[in-house]
Design a protein around this ligand. Structure first.
Ligand code: SAH
Ligand code: SF4
Ligand code: F3S
Length: 488
């Protein structure tokens, strides 16, 4: 990152009579959330005040619905849309939000609009932005985040730019990890810590390796220092982040893998839960399971994307495990780690998936007994191997399978949550629970998460702000979407 330019922009902004505002809108996964924290950190260091205005807030209802948000936006000097390309729907959402910005820019000619993130690492998307979103002032991809101050500086000098010149080799060749960007964290008690970037797995449906580049890991010392600082500052929920965390390898010592890293992190002093996401089922080692079973601060939850319960589809997806391997793994996890919650991602309607093959997914879901799943309808992505497979499942079939999946999982989730009734669990309180139904009871409700990542709601009428603290909650009711209880 170019500090000189960063300071130059700050000087320009500091001379202005009014504080300059900036807004970052984030789509996509935690990786994008983490990148946005860096973009916000740089903006703040350049003298901008970050506003949290949400431009969906005034879509449909017009500016009337959220005067505050509209006003904030109108006064923004910089608006950044950090995009996600994982499914078509994600791309459409980002375009729709960018479209909404036009009328704000019409009112405020000085507003600069930038698009960044995974979408703009694709050539066809760049062409489309160039053609249809002429008021977008600059674009920068996932590998150029550290160049943001320079990009913004050029934009301030009124140069419409494309900073992405995309080639596959380019993105495949990034090896460096930039460590010097400031970050503005979104929370005072929950934090993301990226440990590795990119992905080498090339699942046949997935755009991530194409927009995030090859796997590269951060130096272990950098990660340990970051977690130490977080723990010392009272952070309670720390998530190690990567598209495939289990592929972590310290660049200085190839024998130092993810389990080693996790072991060293757990030894850092402090009262916090440690999470990690995402794990590929093929890379979960016996050592990792053992460590999870022994450790006191590793959270009791593993997100383990399955995608399909049928071996032919798994092979077409290039997932490199079978349904039998997956079930064995879940059994080992449940045997070694008491009450571990397992969640998963499922894709329905992958090209050529038959009804019988889909039923195998349903069967596996019942056998695995997931605490929750995130189901997705297959979405064809440009330049992926699956793009060339015939997308021959009708929309109706896909939505029917999706609905069936949700129906079955709801029963399992409700049953899992019921098993918590009568137990006392430790909960990290996150803030007020806003739900009209509960408000009718005239009570004040807080919500938080358990170590197993269950949403937990409890009544609290005291004066002390519990946000960001651990509390013990006695569970009275296990509901479909979470747990309900009272402070103990
Ligand atoms: N690296 C993680 C997450 C990747 S994206 C992993 O390997 O699990 C999150 C989820 O989006 C994936 O697990 C998958 O279920 C879903 N997904 C990815 N590409 C998709 C596509 N083309 N269509 C539908 N869902 C997709
Ligand atoms: Fe995509 Fe597969 Fe990599 Fe996950 S492991 S990011 S699904 S290619
Ligand atoms: Fe994440 Fe979406 Fe990019 S899921 S890595 S933001 S394509």
């Amino acid at each position: 990152m170019n500090r000189e330019i960063l300071n130059k922009i700050r000087e320009i902004n500091n001379k202005k009579t009014q504080k300059q505002k900036a807004c970052v809108v984030t789509f996509g996964c935690q990786q994008n959330e983490s990148d946005s924290e860096k973009i916000k950190g740089m903006l703040e260091a350049m003298g901008y005040e970050i506003t949290e205005s949400d431009i969906t807030a005034d879509s449909g209802g017009g500016a009337k619905a959220k005067d505050g948000a509209a006003f904030e936006l109108e006064n923004c000097g910089v608006v950044i849309i950090n995009t996600c390309a994982i499914r078509e729907h994600a791309e459409l959402k980002a375009f729709s939000r960018t479209g909404q910005l036009k009328r704000y820019k019409d009112k405020n000619k000085d507003m600069l609009i930038g698009m960044c993130g995974c979408m703009v690492e694709q050539e066809h998307i760049l062409e489309y932005i160039e053609k249809s979103f002429k008021y977008v002032d600059f674009v920068f991809g996932t590998r150029s985040i550290h160049k943001f101050p320079e990009i913004l500086h050029n934009a301030l000098l009124n140069l419409r730019q494309n900073n992405t010149e995309i080639t596959e080799t380019d993105i495949a060749n990034i090896t460096e990890i930039e460590e010097d960007m400031p970050a503005k964290r979104g929370s005072l008690f929950k934090a993301w810590v990226p440990v590795m970037y990119g992905c080498d797995n090339f699942c046949s449906y997935c755009v991530v390796p194409h927009v995030r580049g090859r796997e590269r890991s951060r130096k272990k010392d950098k990660i340990l220092d970051e977690v130490r600082t977080l723990a010392a500052n009272g952070y309670k929920d720390i998530t190690l982040l990567g598209q495939n965390v289990n592929s972590y390898k310290d660049p200085g010592n190839k024998n130092y893998d993810f389990t080693e890293l996790l072991r060293d992190v757990t030894e850092i002093e402090g009262d916090y839960w440690l999470r990690f996401i995402t794990s590929h089922p093929k890379d979960i080692s016996g050592n990792l399971i053992k460590l999870m079973g022994e450790s006191k601060n590793i959270a009791n939850h593993l997100h383990l994307p399955l995608q399909s319960g049928n071996n032919r589809i798994l092979k077409l997806m290039n997932r490199k495990y079978t349904r039998e391997d997956y079930l064995d793994l879940v059994e080992k996890l449940k045997d070694s780690i008491k009450d571990i919650a397992v969640t998963s991602d499922i894709i329905v309607g992958f090209p050529s998936e038959t009804e019988e093959e889909f039923e195998e997914t349903l069967d596996l879901i019942k056998r695995a007994g997931f605490d929750n799943i995130f189901p997705f309808i297959y979405s064809k992505r440009k330049n992926t191997p699956a793009e060339k497979m015939e997308d021959n499942i009708s929309h109706k079939e896909k939505t029917d399978r999706f609905a069936e999946l949700i129906k079955i999982q709801r029963e399992i989730s409700a049953e899992k949550n019921k098993a918590y009734e009568g137990k006392t669990v430790r909960v990290l309180a996150e803030g007020e629970y806003k739900n009209d139904k509960n408000k009718k009871n005239n009570g004040n409700y807080l919500s938080g998460r358990t170590s197993s990542n269950k949403l937990t709601v409890f009544e609290y009428n005291g004066n002390v702000d519990l946000t960001g603290s651990f509390v013990n909650v006695k569970i009275k009711e296990g509901r479909l979407h979470g747990l309900f209880g009272e402070l103990e």
